[in-house]
Structures are given as structure tokens and as C-alpha cells.
Design a binder for this molecule. Structure first.
Ligand SMILES: Nc1ncnc2c1ncn2[C@@H]1O[C@H](COP(=O)(O)OP(=O)(O)O)[C@@H](O)[C@H]1O
Ligand SMILES: [Mg+2]
Length: 419
């Protein structure tokens, strides 16, 4: 009998197709646990388990009832918004997973900072403030962490609500802006006082580490450079290129810090995605997530395990259901992704130049993820990408050049929603 896995996914996820494809390749029996999704359910032929992703108790209860009839071998949260529910479900079903507390710490940047501080992980100086704090709060926070600084929500992702401030006045304005975002009904709503983190801005190139934890031991699957400078005021992620071109000793130091950080958070099992800045004094840990890389970025990655080539999702699923997995390594060469940021607020009218960008040497795929006609919103409030360009080539410099060439060909037309 094939192993059965529950994939916990928010309906808005970019990650469903890649995980479903992998589950099919491996011949796994899978069930999608998601919020109400009639369209999805109709197509998935009884493989949908409707759960309330905002209620871990309800979701775990539903999954437990389901598992009484159809035993489950593994539970995977595919996205930031579902990792915590997945951890609760796994705990309830008694299948191997990260401790709930560890995953919860990745979903609350205050707890993450506190645990990392206790383990002496190098990280930005930081303070927690309330969005509607008294007028002097910005000045106090700036005095505590220094200027420039960054303000961010404690539990969002994809750079949503992350703003750099170069003066106390800018920090005040940024705090008000993030507070207003968090009070939107679909986020905290009016009635909570969302906490915010103010952090020292750490200059330097940024990298991401994609890894897999097996019994608490980290295997590094890929190290990405982010070759566009991320200097703010907003932090749209654009280019991701692997392998990293930073010095091996620098990367070793970053991996060592990541190991300490994951240990401090209590993460032991499954995929992780960590981000660090390579500052003048050494790597500084920004954050870790208990999931694989977001968006459609994983399509840039192919692994070889022995003679078997596989996707990132196959690596993750093989580990989760204890199928053979020895030493997955990136296939040779380099690859990368360009995430197309939303340029301005309004109605998306057209994305031009896609065909031309597909013909750029090295580009292996261009996918648009927002259809024309939709209202779009850029960072720091928005949380979607227009699409993804993937490239592959002999080395990272070639891949970066391909992605930049593709980017130059793509033109986005937005009709100002306010006119
Ligand atoms: N303290 C900091 N110093 C420098 N850059 C930062 C800092 N905090 C966040 N950033 C930038 O903002 C991006 C998003 O912030 P992050 O803390 O990773 O939150 P998210 O959960 O939204 O990804 C980071 O990838 C980085 O480029
Ligand atoms: Mg991040």
C-alpha cells in the first residue's frame, strides 16, 4: 500500500502543483487539507479535507477523524501560512514532525529573536513595540537599535510590511503604515494591537539557505545569492541564483550559524529556509522558516540522489514518508529565479514581452501568476508576485545575466486604480 500524506495548503498557495506532481511521481496517496475550496474539491475527487486553517484545534480534530479511517504517514505544511496547522495535525496524529513550539517560534519573529538571543546567534539588535505606541516610541526604538532600522510585523512573510527607516520621522511613518496594514480585516483586524519589531538595518549581501533536517541534522540542499541589493525602503525579492558565489569560508560560517539557530528554535525535521545577511563582521541571521522556498522558485532546483533525478518536493516527500533518500545534491550547473514584483497599485492590464523573455538563452520557463484585470498592490502592503522566470546554465553569472535580460524585456501595464 502506498504511503499517505496530508499536504496542508492555503488556497492562495503557489506550491500546490509542485507538491502534487511530486506525490504523483512517487506514487503517494495524498490528501489536501485546505480552507473551503469548492473548485479544488471538484477537481480532486475526494482528496480534499476541508479544515479551518485559522483554527489549529479544529483542523487537528478533522484530520484525526479522517485518519481513523485512512491512516496517515506524514503531514506537510507547504507554505508559511500552513506550517503551524501542519505541526498541530502531525502532533495529533503522532506522525514525525517538528515540535509545535519550534514551528510556532518561526511564525512569531519576537519568539524567534528571543530564542536566538539565548543561543547567542548573531542577529540584528531589535526591540518590540506596539503599532499605536505613544509618540516617543519611534525615537526610543531608534535609540535602542540605531538608525537606519527596519520595522516589520511579527508574523507575516514575503517582505510584507517590512520597511526601512533612515530617520526617526521615517520610522514613525513606517510604524503607522505597518500598523494600518495589520489592522486590515483579513489580517489582525481592528481589535488587536499588533506588535511590531524594530531592528537595526544590517547592510551587506543577502543569501538564503535551503535545507532538510533529518533527526535534527541539517543537509544543505542549495545556497542562493540574492544579487539585487536589498537596501529598502521595501524589500521585494527579485533574483535568486544558486550556487552562491560567495567565498566558501563565508558560506561555511553562514551554515554553522544556521545550524545553531535551527537548534535554538528546536527545529528537527523536514525542510527549512533560512535567510542571512553577510555583514562586514560576519553573517547575521535574519530568519528561518519551517518550510521550503516559496513562490514557484523551487522549479529552478533539480537534485540527484544516486542516479535518480528529482525535484525539491520529491526530496521533501521522500524524507517525510521515509522512502529511500541518501545524499541529494543539486545537479551540476547553476539556476535561478526572477520573481516579478508588482510595480504599482491599480488594475493589471497587461504583461508584455513574455514571449521574447522566453527566448532569452538560459531561460527555461516564464509563468505569470496574476491574470489581467485583477487589482494588484505592491509592497509593502501587497503579497503577490506577477510571475516567475526560471533560468539554468553553466554558471551563476550566466544565469543572473539571463534573468536580467528577461527582466528588461518584460513590461507591465497597470491602470491606476485611483484615477
Ligand atoms: N534587520 C534587517 N536588516 C536588513 N534587512 C532586513 C532586516 N530585516 C529584514 N530585512 C529585509 O527584509 C526582508 C524581509 O524581512 P524578513 O525578516 O525576512 O521577513 P519576511 O518574513 O517577510 O520574509 C529580508 O529578506 C531582508 O532583505
Ligand atoms: Mg524572510
Amino acid at each position: 500500500m502506498s504511503a499517505r500524506v496530508i499536504l496542508v495548503l492555503p488556497t492562495s498557495t503557489y506550491r500546490a502543483t509542485a507538491f502534487l506532481d511530486a506525490a504523483n511521481v512517487l506514487g503517494l496517496d495524498y490528501v489536501l487539507a485546505s480552507d473551503e475550496a469548492p473548485a479544488l474539491a471538484a477537481r480532486m475527487d475526494g482528496r480534499v479535507l476541508t479544515v479551518d486553517l485559522d483554527s489549529v484545534a479544529q483542523a487537528a480534530g478533522r484530520a484525526a477523524t479522517f485518519a481513523e479511517r485512512r491512516p496517515v504517514d506524514a503531514v506537510i505544511g507547504v507554505d508559511e501560512a500552513s506550517v503551524l496547522v501542519a505541526a498541530h495535525i502531525a502532533q495529533r496524529l503522532g506522525v514525525g514532525h517538528n515540535p509545535v513550539d519550534a514551528v510556532a517560534a518561526t511564525r512569531d519573529k519576537r519568539r524567534m529573536r528571543a530564542l536566538l538571543a539565548a543561543a547567542a546567534v548573531p542577529q540584528p539588535r531589535h526591540v518590540v513595540i506596539r503599532g499605536d505606541a505613544r509618540a516617543t516610541a519611534a525615537a526610543d526604538a531608534a535609540a535602542a537599535v540605531g538608525i537606519p532600522c527596519v520595522v516589520k510585523p511579527v508574523d507575516l512573510a514575503a517582505s510584507r510590511g517590512v520597511i526601512r527607516a533612515n530617520t526617526v520621522a521615517e520610522l514613525s511613518a513606517a510604524v503607522a503604515r505597518v500598523d494600518a496594514l495589520l489592522r486590515r480585516p483579513e489580517l489582525c483586524g481592528e481589535h488587536r494591537d499588533p506588535p511590531l519589531l524594530v531592528e537595526e538595518f544590517v547592510p551587506g549581501p543577502e543569501i538564503a539557505i535551503e535545507g532538510l533536517l533529518i533527526d535534527g541534522a541539517l543537509t544543505v540542499l542549495a545556497t542562493f545569492d540574492k544579487p539585487d541589493p536589498l537596501d529598502g525602503p521595501f524589500f521585494a525579492e527579485t533574483l535568486y541564483v544558486t550556487p552562491s558565489r560567495h567565498a566558501p569560508a563565508t558560506l561555511d560560517a553562514a551554515v554553522a550559524i544556521t545550524r545553531t539557530a535551527l537548534d535554538a528554535l528546536g527545529l528537527r525535521d523536514g525542510p527549512i529556509h533560512a535567510e542571512l545577511r553577510l555583514a562586514a563582521g560576519g553573517p547575521v541571521f535574519l530568519e528561518a522558516a519551517a518550510r521550503s522556498i516559496g513562490g514557484r522558485c523551487s522549479s529552478a532546483l533539480r537534485f540527484l540522489d544516486g542516479d535518480t533525478e528529482m525535484s525539491l518536493e520529491e526530496v521533501i516527500l521522500r524524507h517525510a514518508v521515509r522512502m529511500p533518500l541518501h545524499e541529494p545534491r543539486l545537479v551540476s550547473g547553476a539556476s535561478g529565479v526572477l520573481m516579478l514584483p508588482v510595480p504599482e497599485a491599480g488594475v493589471l492590464r497587461a504583461v508584455r514581452g513574455v514571449d521574447a523573455s522566453r527566448k532569452v538563452p538560459g531561460v527555461t520557463g516564464v509563468e505569470l501568476t496574476i491574470p489581467p484585470g485583477q487589482v494588484i498592490e505592491p509592497l509593502p502592503e501587497g503579497d503577490r508576485y506577477l510571475g516567475f522566470v526560471v533560468a539554468r546554465g553553466a554558471d551563476a553569472a550566466f544565469v543572473e545575466a539571463s534573468l536580467r535580460q528577461a527582466q528588461a524585456l518584460i513590461e507591465v501595464e497597470v491602470e491606476d486604480g485611483h484615477r
